[in-house]
Design a protein around this ligand. Sequence first.
Ligand code: ATP
Ligand code: MG
Length: 593
Amino acid sequence: MRWTNIGITTTKEAPVEAELISHQLLLRAAYIKKMSQGIFVYGHLALRVIRNLENIIRQELDKANAVEISMPMVQSADLWKSTGRWDKMGDTMLRFKNRTQQEFCLGPTHEEVVTEYIKPFIKSYKNLPLNFYQIQTKYRDEIRPRFGLMRGREFIMKDGYSFDTSAESAQKSYDSMYKVYQNIFNRLGVSYRIVQADTGDIGGNQSHEFHLLAESGEDILLVSDTSDFAANSEICKTLSFLEKQNFAKSEDKDKESKKDLTKLDQKLLSTPNIKSIKDLSKFLNLKKDKLVKTLFFNIKTTQVEKKEVKQNIEKIVVLVRGDHDINTYKLKNFFKALEVSLLTEEEVIALTGANPGSCGPINLKEKIKIYADFSIEKMINYTVGANKNDYHIQNVNNSDFICEGFFDFRLAVAGDLSPDGKGRLVEYKGIEAGHIFYLGTTYSKKLKAEFLDSNGKTCPVEMGCYGLGVSRLVQAIVEQSHDENGIIWPMILAPYKVHICLLDPKDEEISKLCDDIYKDLISKGVSVLLDDRKERPGFKFKDADLLGMPLRLTFGARSLKEGGVELVERKTQEKQLIKLNEVVETILKKVKQ
Ligand code: ATP
Ligand code: MG
């Protein structure tokens, strides 16, 4: 391919909104162009990377006997209503009506469609197992599309679905897809980690995420320093006092048990203008772990009454130690809630009579249930807000108020005991590239995807689903593989393996030599980008580094006088002069490596 045919122009600077280096590089190198929030054109070069990635994905899935299909992007509301997800998906779903006022959405995922599709094929256990996948554009109306391809509204996903006769066989399908993902990530040569993950709105009871490790990653991964345990911090368990004691054999016995448990008299303290735990800790000269945060949440749930779906919102209090944070995913799962959200300042004042910074569990104006995190299970003589502006109460104990109990509500952090009792947690940042779920019969029951087993009994089919963010992965790889000059594509993904800089396009003799080798390489199956622009050499070299092809060949008068062309490896910047008659052979060897 000749540069002048692609017609792209690179830029020195990226727009200020591009925060991530990978986003900046893809924009500057004209791989992508934003058309509206979270919606991009994939230029010729990006499309070639995507195709290469898709091929790797296809090869690995095909080896595992998964079968490719293509399902519609436009999906009818009726189908989504039959699983209850038309309401559950909320505003992430882009909905619209056609000319006859029928409701549709643009597919954010395809569990419903694929289940409906396979129904007629699975009449008997003899028709199973089955495993289908597609690689397709998805639409999700993300609140904050950002970081370029990382969180788009329109993006490419590979989504796969397995169907089995039993939980045992479904587990095998799950494990086989887990292995496929490992193979894909290994072939890409990226640095990644697999963690236990939240099943979210998709449902089901087992799931793993595949993360590319990167400082800019939005997810926090917690990994044991001693065992195989690894989880997304969204779901990482924390241990109760009792569990810690049970695990304490090899670890230090929990310090709490050795503490002096003498209760002291409660004291009302004036704390003028203190609004945060940080300020309170400074003001009282007490560590944050002697303070307790009081947080107020709205818990939104749905109930089905007489076939009608009713929404219910309950206000609750959650207590957590001052140095910890609440994990809202845990709250959501615990209460089986549709949504959990913090009360607004006005709502808190109405409920307690005090600003959020002066609230506590004692003397609440209204009757409201109080739940506490494990972290305060064994705390004594701690400080909380007094429900009176600018006042706190010292020496509070758990017996001073009525509490529903102690639960796992906080975010786990590095340094915590690993939930399997082996070692302590270490933190990594990750970009979620893949997510696999064991779904069970959640969808098949609702959609009546059933088969007859060997005894003639009707059973719902066991399902798994397997997502892989193709466009996100492309950018995540750039996030891992670049230097100060530009992108460094791994050979297996590069849009073109060789980038030729023709320095004197006006010199007919050099152009002819260059053209011969260009054509020879292509005829031998090597993809080549030929920079045939009338630009200065320095400019062309800069662009070659920015675009990131693994090998660069330079055709210029100077090196040809010395009897060859210069070959530069993008990754190592290693240079060598290659004799004209050895160029093709050398490149073929490098490409195969
Ligand atoms: P996230 O937590 O990042 O929103 P998710 O849990 O919603 O992801 P899944 O529904 O599991 O994602 O989708 C499968 C894969 O699709 C993800 O692992 C991710 O790689 C990709 N993906 C999801 N949302 C987006 C998006 N808005 N833009 C690009 N890729 C996405
Ligand atoms: Mg999402």
